[in-house]
Design a protein around this ligand. Structure first.
Ligand code: SF4
Ligand code: SF4
Length: 262
């Protein structure tokens, strides 16, 4: 990987952090205005609060992602409840921690503002999933526009190398950095996540799967799962990639545009 000159120091910091955490990652850049315009109005207002007076000088959004280790994805049961699910839950906490520390360091490097990976524990603190929207700023919007991945049928960002087994954070910066986006991928004929999850199929019938998903996760936590996660759709996505379908359907030029840390 040979990053453009203006991105070198950012990629260097990301690489150092990925090495420190023993994780693989991907980084992309989108024009700030494109991300700001694409956010839900309530999240645009949250971004205004977080950036304060610096908002008008912002030029770029840096999307970073770490990939789940393979064994964490394989610990997700495709049916029933299994104690191994907590291996995935532990990886979720660790990826969030790694992303938050990495995003903080990248923000220092580019004199920017970072949005942490997630608000852990929020599923049980809101009455409806909509209550969550104003509390943070979507990482998925920045990731799509930065070319890190496309919005999959599961609603998750799907990266051409790691499928949807990634977690995201975003850094906003006044530096004009070269864009690596937008995403050109799509799920094509794949429907693996829909086959794995009845709640995603319910979305097709007009139900809001995100609210159903939130309630399902709360039920899992009541059984002993130690994070706001489920991940069956993630495992299904990874297994679909294993089948080789995506390799034959995605544009090879786009796949190489974001910057990978292996
Ligand atoms: S996290 Fe679980 S419940 Fe939620 S959409 Fe994915 S598979 Fe379905
Ligand atoms: S499982 Fe298939 S359809 Fe679902 S998000 Fe992944 S690639 Fe898209």
């Amino acid at each position: 990987m040979n990053p453009p000159r203006r991105l070198r120091s950012v990629v260097e910091v990301f690489g150092e952090e990925a090495g420190r955490w023993g994780l693989r990652g991907v980084l992309g850049v989108a024009p700030f205005d494109d991300v700001y315009r694409a956010l839900m109005p309530i999240q645009g207002r949250r971004l205004e609060e977080l950036c304060g007076d610096a908002l008008t000088s912002m030029r770029s959004a840096i999307s970073i992602a770490y990939a789940y280790p393979r064994e964490a994805v394989e610990a997700i049961p495709l049916q029933g409840y299994r104690e191994s699910w907590n291996i995935y839950a532990e990886a979720y906490h660790r990826l969030n921690e790694a992303l938050n520390e990495t995003a903080e360091r990248v923000a220092e490097e580019v004199e920017g503002v970072y949005i942490p990976a997630t608000l852990e524990g929020i599923a049980g603190e809101v009455d409806r999933v909509e209550d969550y929207y104003g509390a943070t700023v979507s990482h998925r919007v920045a990731a799509e526009l930065a070319g890190v991945g496309w919005r999959g049928r599961s609603g998750l960002i799907v990266n051409p190398r790691y499928a949807s087994a990634i977690r995201l954070a975003t850094i906003y910066t006044p530096r004009p950095l070269p864009s690596t986006g937008p995403s050109e991928g799509s799920c094509g004929g794949c429907r693996a996540c829909l086959e794995a999850c009845p709640l995603l199929r319910a979305e097709r019938l007009g139900e809001d799967y995100r609210e159903l998903c939130r309630r399902y996760i709360l039920a899992l936590e009541a059984r002993g799962l130690e994070a706001d996660v489920c991940g069956r759709c993630v495992r299904a996505c990874v297994e679909s990639f294993d089948s080789g379908y995506m390799g034959s359907h995605l544009n090879p030029a786009w796949i190489e545009r974001p910057l990978y840390i292996d």
